[in-house]
Design a protein around this ligand. Structure first.
Ligand code: TXA
Ligand code: MG
Length: 322
């Protein structure tokens, strides 16, 4: 595994073309990329992450015309509307796939997930590679998503390159919103900072549903337990007993509240964009702090972007709740 800077991207691009594995920054989280049209290369992602093969991958593009290669024609008009408003950016669109997309990418589903990231390094890498790039988050299966190249490096996965970018903090910080387009219905499979309300405003003549309301839709990979640090993680509540080894993550500073010595704020003001941007990095810091034995984290609202944040927290705390 070799760490490289953004000035050495052509080396990484060539590696992707030749079937290798490259971790790179995006505006959401770091991705672990392989040539999406090369099934053997894609198989490498699953083995490096120890990811079960029922969990399909997102294909990253740098040019809108690439959807004509990846999606079955005719492409639903809703795709173009969403792309115009939200790409490049943290939105993934699932649509029926063309024959060119290997089934290992989609876990045998007949639809493929595609996203055009806005991060300049991601764009340049995909453009130079000249192929669409399948990339899940660059962490071992089930663990915390990486928002810094250091988070990727500490996972010790068998990969060829890690492209060092700035820490993603200050960008989005949580994974893209995933929507599926089918039969006049748009289903929000994974909440993100682009909310269902914004999608509905963009697609006025479409019904926008959450997965609970569209039971016909298969959405693999949406597991109950996910994004977990390697230490117990619980929700903070009034009964929580703080010791010197209790890490606490809060999203707002409040007068008169007692904090543990090991307290991290994702935001001082409760700004949800800031909370999302700092969420995974705060959990990584607690994971890395040898004096922290267990972590307590505050809930946020479930409204707007809070829905995406609570989605991640509910999964991260799942195994520690009764
Ligand atoms: O922001 C992101 O989306 C990041 C960066 C690297 O782009 N990627 C990411 O990938 O979060 P990953 O593998 O951690 O999550 C992809 C999820 C799958 O678990 C699944 O829920 C959904 O996207 N997905 C992918 N392909 C799908 C398909 N064909 N049908 C339905 N859902 C799909
Ligand atoms: Mg992931």
């Amino acid at each position: 595994m070799k760490l490289i800077s953004e000035n050495e991207l052509s080396e990484a691009a060539e590696c992707l073309r030749n079937g290798g594995l490259v971790a790179f920054p995006t505006e959401t989280v770091y991705g672990l990329g392989a040539n999406a049209l090369n099934p053997l290369a894609v198989a490498g992602i699953f083995s490096a992450k120890k990811r079960p093969n029922f969990d399909p991958l997102i294909v990253h593009i740098s040019d809108l015309r690439q959807i004509e290669q990846l999606f079955e024609l005719p492409i639903n008009a809703a795709v173009y509307k969403l792309a115009e408003q939200f790409w490049p950016g943290p939105l993934t669109i699932v649509h029926r796939k063309s024959a060119i997309v290997p089934s290992i990418v989609t876990s045998d589903l007949d639809a493929v997930a595609v996203r055009m990231p806005s991060h300049p390094i991601a764009q340049k890498l995909i453009h130079e590679a000249g192929v669409p790039v399948a990339a899940p988050s660059a962490n071992r299966f089930g663990q915390l998503s990486p928002t810094s190249y250091k988070h990727v490096a500490k996972q010790n996965m068998e990969i060829d390159y890690i492209v060092m970018g700035d820490d993603v903090t200050k960008a989005v910080g949580i994974e893209s919103t995933v929507v599926a387009i089918e039969n006049g219905i748009c289903t929000v499979l994974r909440p993100g900072i682009i909310t269902a309300e914004e999608i509905q405003k963009c697609l006025l003549d479409f019904e926008v549903l959450t997965p609970e309301k569209n039971t016909k839709l298969v959405s693999p990979g949406l597991l109950q337990s996910h994004y977990s640090p390697l230490k117990p993680l619980y929700y903070l509540d009034d009964e929580t007993v703080l010791t010197e080894n209790t890490g606490v993550i809060l999203h707002k500073k409040e007068d008169g509240v007692r904090y543990s010595d090991k307290t991290i704020f994702t935001s001082e003001t409760g700004n949800l964009l800031e909370v999302a941007a700092n969420l995974f990095s705060s959990l990584h810091r607690m994971e890395e702090d040898a004096e922290v034995n267990e972590i307590y984290i505050a809930r946020t609202t479930e409204d707007g972007i809070g829905k995406a944040i609570m989605d991640r927290l509910n999964k991260a705390t799942f195994q520690y709740r009764s």
